[in-house]
Design a protein around this ligand. Structure first.
Ligand SMILES: [Ca+2]
Ligand SMILES: [Ca+2]
Length: 231
């Protein structure tokens, strides 16, 4: 048999007509598949652009609370610290927002001793948080024994509202809400006291030289849940 066997040989056979028909059928099937790929598969690609997968993104919210108190001397500043480790937040929970209330009364026991000046401030560093959030309250002060509340939003863009997202995959949307960088580090609250003494406090034993400051903190936490929306 010569080099040009195969097809040519088949064509020389008695049933050359059948061989040619078979060859034609192969070619036609090939072309048909190409056409199928081009029109159907491409069309699916185009349709997919308009039927991208959708995901319901919701949040399970929880919170941790605690309190502390500090006796701060006249003219002094003490620091209260808060971090994921300190509050023992579970690693699956993200920090949404931190609220710290600062309360005090006049505790000297001296008659007619007025409330002291108390200043609370949270320097925008130490913890990775959304320091530029418009609803943050990073400092407050008063001298009337009223309670002050400072607020730090931690996880950027988090509102707690459920949303529907489109495209990518479930992991992509989970990653968006499980970034533990937000809330890492240590938040510091600095509290300063400037006492105001009772009239006639020059008398021995009638001096006001400190104040007891009570801190109550609440850390709002969340855990994301992503569910594919059935098509
Ligand atoms: Ca006082
Ligand atoms: Ca005092």
């Amino acid at each position: 048999m010569s080099d040009d066997t195969s097809i040519a040989f088949l064509a020389k056979e008695d049933d050359s007509g059948k061989a040619f028909a078979l060859l034609s059928a192969v070619v036609i099937v090939g072309l048909a598949f190409h056409a199928y790929s081009f029109f159907i598969v491409k069309e699916n690609d185009i349709v997919n652009k308009y039927t991208a997968p959708k995901y319901d993104v919701s949040f399970e919210q929880s919170s941790l609370q605690g309190s502390d108190s500090m006796l701060i001397a006249d003219g002094e500043t003490d620091v209260f610290q808060l971090s994921r480790d300190i509050i023992e937040a579970d690693s699956s929970l993200m920090m949404a927002k931190i609220s710290i209330s600062i309360s005090y009364e006049e505790t000297s026991g001296a008659i007619a001793d007025p409330c002291d000046d108390v200043l609370g401030q949270i320097p925008p560093n130490g913890m990775t948080a959304d320091w530029g959030h418009p609803d943050n309250v990073l400092s407050d002060s008063n001298s009337d024994c009223n309670t002050m509340t400072l607020v730090v939003h931690v996880y950027p863009q988090y509102t707690g509202e459920a949303m529907q997202e489109e495209g990518y995959n479930a992991e992509h949307w989970e990653r968006m809400w499980t970034n533990t960088t937000h809330g890492s580090g240590i938040l510091q609250l600095e509290v300063s006291v400037d006492t105001n003494s009772a009239p006639g406090s020059a008398l021995p034993g009638n001096d006001d030289d400190n104040e007891e400051i009570n801190i109550q903190w609440t850390v709002e936490l969340f855990e994301v849940d992503v569910q594919a929306v059935p098509v």
